[in-house]
Design a binder for this molecule. Structure first.
Ligand SMILES: [Zn+2]
Length: 470
């Protein structure tokens, strides 16, 4: 009788002292067939080699009740259809549910296409790459799951204000160019000529949040470190090769400094960097050698993270919670006037002056006019211990990330991983929409004007839910 009671109590309380476990793995997703296109430019760029390897880097965490996975992929942007496929494969092969998986692209501009696009080449190399990408993401989750071990988690934050600049600028008279829709009425300009800049049109976010995982017990073998910084990418690479950009170099530094063996994984996720890049507009930098800037940025961010890492406190009392929702948003529709202008551009009859990007945007305008009216996007809120993570499938403007950080109910920290679970263009606030500029242009930005308000509202409600769960 006594034994029976004891067993019952054990069952009742077992979840309360279930062990927190974590595992990590990375899978090489460098293309095997060449040449491949690289995404992130208006003209076609081809690669016939790799400057450095591309990876899918995964963390799997389990608190006895919830198992979740975070995968950071060296790609510019990945279509939801491919990510859904990767998640389904991983769910079939592991104990991670598809809606407990966050997969995000880093936004390196030197990786093969990960999304169906009008300008994609459809040949053996590219078809093979889509398969390799999907397989590699799924495989990274499978391997990370196999590496699950009793673990501890710590959170820290470093500040790197000097490597990010808001790239949208109010201009002095004469500084606004005609946009791809034939209008001279944009109020701000992206990556403008220096001589006419007045003031930046938005804030920056210097925070580099990180989550560190290590095995519990005397040995404390490091498992992984996931960082988050709001920097678009760095670039400055020699032509003709794929690269993981500064994201990969950062991960390499962290792996060298903290990893006791090859199993340790460093990850750099992209924050809300839709309007933040590495160009020092006010103080021009001297011309740099290929890869120099990307190496310098990665070194500085890694140094600051490693310094902050020395003071963090690990806890093995970690509970997890994750919420996923699908939000239906309207796609923007061009007006009859905008459609007529696009058709005139393509017919060569549009009035001058013409933007150099008019033709590219004419295709995008007509693409939206003929495309789906609605989009179902995935939003996620995760809690790992006291730390909140939100995910958005867009290139998110910085002020949205700052709002989520400020309004999050989680007391310690919350950060956003962008370009997660799909790609739906840029996400500006209505305030930034009114100012125009590249990030708001029809086609670069495809979701309805009030999308950011609806997304913020949904994510904050989801954060409330994960904050309230034990
Ligand atoms: Zn971008």
């Amino acid at each position: 009788m006594k034994t029976h009671l004891f067993v019952t109590l054990l069952l009742l309380t077992s979840t309360a002292w279930a062990e927190f476990r974590a595992g990590a793995a990375k899978v090489d997703i460098t293309p095997k067939l060449w040449p491949v296109q690289m995404v992130g430019s208006f003209h076609e760029r081809l690669a016939d080699k790799a400057h450095d390897p591309l990876y899918a880097r995964a963390i799997v965490c389990d608190d006895g009740e919830t198992r979740l996975a975070i995968v950071i992929v060296d790609n510019c942007l990945i279509g939801r259809n491919y990510l859904d496929r990767a998640k389904a494969l991983a769910a079939k092969r592991t104990k991670v549910r598809a809606d407990r998986i966050l997969v995000a692209a880093t936004h390196t501009h030197t990786a093969p296409p990960g999304k169906d696009r009008r300008t994609n080449r459809d040949d053996a190399a590219h078809r093979a790459y889509f398969k390799q990408l999907v397989e590699g993401i799924a495989e990274s989750i499978v391997r990370a799951g196999k590496n699950l071990a009793p673990a501890e988690l710590a959170h820290g934050v470093a500040l790197v204000p000097e490597e990010i600049f808001n790239r949208r600028w109010h201009m002095k008279p004469g500084g606004i160019a005609v946009n791809p829709f034939g209008s001279p009425n944009d109020i701000v300009r992206m990556n403008p000529p220096r001589n006419l800049i007045d003031r930046p049109a938005g804030p920056t976010d210097p925070e580099v949040h990180f989550i560190s995982l290590r095995e519990s017990g005397a040995d404390g073998r490091p498992i992984a470190l996931l960082a988050n910084y709001s920097l678009h990418y760095v670039g400055g690479l020699p032509t003709g090769g794929v690269s993981a950009d500064y994201f990969g170099v950062f991960a390499g530094h962290i792996e060298k400094a903290l990893g006791k063996d090859a199993g340790f994984v460093g990850l750099m996720s992209n924050g809300t960097s839709g309007d933040l890049n590495n160009i020092s507009f006010r103080v021009p930098r001297p011309r740099q050698k290929p890869m120099q800037r990307m190496n310098e940025v990665a070194q500085l961010v890694a140094d600051r993270v490693l310094a902050a890492h020395k003071t963090v406190r690990f806890s093995k009392d970690v509970s997890l919670a994750m919420e996923q929702t699908e939000l239906t948003l309207k796609n923007r529709q061009p007006t009859a006037k905008e459609v007529a202008y696009a058709e005139a551009v393509l017919a060569g009859t549009a009035p001058k002056p013409l933007s150099g990007l008019a033709e590219a945007y004419a295709h995008r305008t007509l693409g939206l006019a003929n495309g789906p009216r609605e989009e179902k996007i995935i939003l996620q809120a995760l809690r790992l211990g006291e730390v909140g993570i939100t995910s958005i499938p867009c290139e998110v403007l910085c002020e949205i990330g700052l709002t989520l950080k400020a309004k999050s109910p989680l007391p310690q920290a919350t950060f956003t991983i962008e370009l997660a679970n799909g790609h739906n263009g840029y996400l500006p606030t209505p305030r930034q929409h009114a100012r125009g500029g590249y990030e708001t242009w029809l086609g670069t930005c495809t979701l309805e004007i009030t999308a950011s308000i609806k997304i913020e509202k949904a994510l904050l409600a989801m954060l409330e839910k994960v904050a309230g769960k034990d």
